[in-house]
Write a protein that binds this ligand. Sequence first.
Ligand code: SAM
Length: 242
Amino acid sequence: MRIDIVSIFPEYLAALDLSLVGKARVAGLLDLRVHDLRDWTTDRHRTVDDTPFGGGAGMVMRPDVWGQAIDELTATGPAHLVVPTPSGATFTQRTAEALATEDQLVFACGRYEGIDARVAEHYRAAGHRVSELSIGDYVLNGGEVASLVMVEAVARLLPGVIGNPESLVEESHGAAGLLEYPVYTKPPVWSDLEVPDVLLSGHHAKIRRWRRDRALEKTSARRPDLIAALDASTLDKHDRAF
Ligand code: SAM
C-alpha cells in the first residue's frame, strides 16, 4: 500500500519512522511518504491559508494549494482521500479494515479552521473516494495526530506488518465484537496479586472459556453497546449468562 501524508508540519509525522510502522516501511511492506504542503505554494511567503469568506475567527486553508498537492499525488489514478476533521464520521476499527484494502491513501492534514470545503467536494466529483473522518469528539489543533492514529491502525492490518497475525484475532474491536480479556505475564505473583490459576493450568479449553467469560464480563461493564450489537446466533448458552 502507498500512503501519502500532506501537512504544513511534516516533522510531526517523524514517529512513523519508529516501531512496527517504521519497520514495515524499511521492509517495503508500506510505501509511506510525508510531504510539506508549502512545497505546492507559488508565492514568496509560501501561503497556505486566508481569511474566511463570510467573516469570523481564524483562517481557512486555501483550496488551490491543496488542489495542486492532491493532483500531483494522485496523478497515476484515483486514490482514497482521507480528510481528518472533528466534524467527520467517527473512525473505527471497521474504517481501518476498509482503508487497509486500498492501494493508495492520501491524508490531508488540516490546520487553523480547516480546509476549504470545496476540496472534498471537488475530489468526490472527480471520482476519488473521499472520507472525512474524526478520531473522536474533541478538537485538536491539526490533522497530524489524527493521521498518525489512523495510519497506525491501518498499517498494522497490512499483511506481514504484525509478526504474529494471531495477535489481531482476539483483540478488542476484532471479529468477536468484544473487548479483549485481561492479560498477564511473569512473575506469577506481584504486589500480593496472583495470576488466575487457570492461566497456569495448561488446560487449553478451560483457558479459552475463562478468557471468553472475562471478555464478556469486561465488555458488559464497560461497553454495553457492544454487547447489544452481538449477533445472538454466535453466542452459546454460557455466553448468554452475561
Ligand atoms: N473549525 C473546525 C471545526 O470546528 O470543525 C476545527 C478545526 S481544528 C482546530 C484544525 C484541524 O485539526 C482540522 O482541520 C482537522 O484536520 C484536525 N482535527 C481536529 N480535531 C480532530 C478530530 N477530532 N479528528 C480528526 N481531525 C481533527
